[in-house]
Design a protein around this ligand. Structure first.
Ligand SMILES: [Zn+2]
Length: 327
């Protein structure tokens, strides 16, 4: 809804991922862009649900990003369409054309005061972080690294540093605003899709020909020279399953905290520190037992929806939404 208010060209309301059921997400992930995997979809849907939860608990106005993946049968074209849609959704919001400030180059964007606001929807990011750092909970489904680690930390010092959006999304002048967790996740996916596209384009014979024309030759580097990691201690093998479980749980609760300490000289993660905070567990239990009135409403709604689902006949797996036609 917010997106539609912001973007006059979005004509059709789209169903957001956060409200879809597991079966629909699975069906979506099987079609279209191969880079938009089931895991990525789940992460995106979870991000939306968490943002909505915080909105209810804290009365912060949060956006709903209505990204709907393309279902084009050709995976390359589907990815192209997803990239185009992501650009459209991530472009910083400009002021109304009736506002004289729109025509002053230094203030033509509506949300560009500082790094506490999302440049698309003006959502107050600082308030979000103080309440619950969703950036740390949304992770890349391949590497397991959170958006916080990927975009909100200075790569050299490891100190928190706000992500700064650009006028042309992935290029152009740097702005003063940032992206909220949901928009940043879409931005992360966009970067990944573009990297995949670029990698495929690089394999084309025409690119190789262009390089030869420029006098570039390809030299292969022996792998043994590049590989520097020694095999891990055999005892670590035993803890792999345990560690996977800890990482998954750490994203669900604040009672488990995993801290990676990298060696500043080598950049290698030397020390890993796992903390169980019983105080947090108890607090969460208490919150679960005594939800705020607003949260109780949400729970009630969910229970009602659940009952409806059980009594209603099974729905078709893929909803009728004409995304292809509108692009
Ligand atoms: Zn946003």
């Amino acid at each position: 809804m917010v997106m539609n208010a912001v973007n006059p060209f979005a004509t059709q309301p789209q169903q957001s991922l956060g409200t879809m059921n597991e079966a629909t997400l699975m069906a979506l992930s099987q079609q279209g862009n191969p880079g938009f995997t089931h895991a990525a979809l789940l992460e995106q849907a979870a991000a939306q649900q968490q943002m909505q939860r915080v909105a209810v608990e804290k009365n912060i106005e949060v956006p709903k990003v209505n990204f709907y993946p393309s279902r084009h049968p050709d995976p390359r074209k589907a990815r192209r369409k997803d990239i185009k849609q992501a650009y459209k959704l991530l472009r910083p919001t400009k002021r109304s054309i009736f506002d004289p400030r729109r025509w002053a180059w230094w203030s033509n964007y509506r949300y560009n005061k500082n790094t506490a606001v999302c440049v698309v929807d003006g959502c107050n990011v600082m308030e979000l972080i103080q309440h619950d750092n969703l950036y740390a909970k949304i992770c890349d489904e391949d590497t397991g690294k959170s958006l916080w680690e990927l975009y909100w930390q200075n790569p050299v010092t490891g100190e928190p540093e706000a992500f700064v959006a650009r006028e042309g999304v992935t290029s152009g002048r740097k702005m003063r605003g940032t992206y909220c967790p949901e928009h940043l996740h879409l931005y992360h996916l966009l970067c990944k899709w573009e990297a995949e596209e670029e990698k495929e384009a690089e394999m084309k014979p025409s690119r190789f020909r262009d390089k030869v024309k420029k006098g570039v030759s390809i030299v292969s580097v022996p792998v043994s020279a590049a590989a520097n990691t020694a095999p891990p201690h055999p005892i670590l093998k035993k803890y792999e399953a345990f560690f996977a479980e800890i990482m998954a749980d750490a994203r669900q609760t604040k009672g488990i905290y995993v801290n990676f300490i990298t060696n500043p000289d080598t950049g290698v993660n030397d020390i890993t520190h796992i903390m169980f905070d019983n105080r947090m567990f108890e607090k969460e239990l208490l919150e679960m037992a005594n939800p705020t009135p607003a949260f109780q409403d949400v729970l009630r709604q969910q229970a009602a929806m659940h009952q409806q689902h059980q009594s209603a006949p099974p729905l078709p797996v893929v909803p009728e939404i004409q995304t292809e036609a509108q692009q």
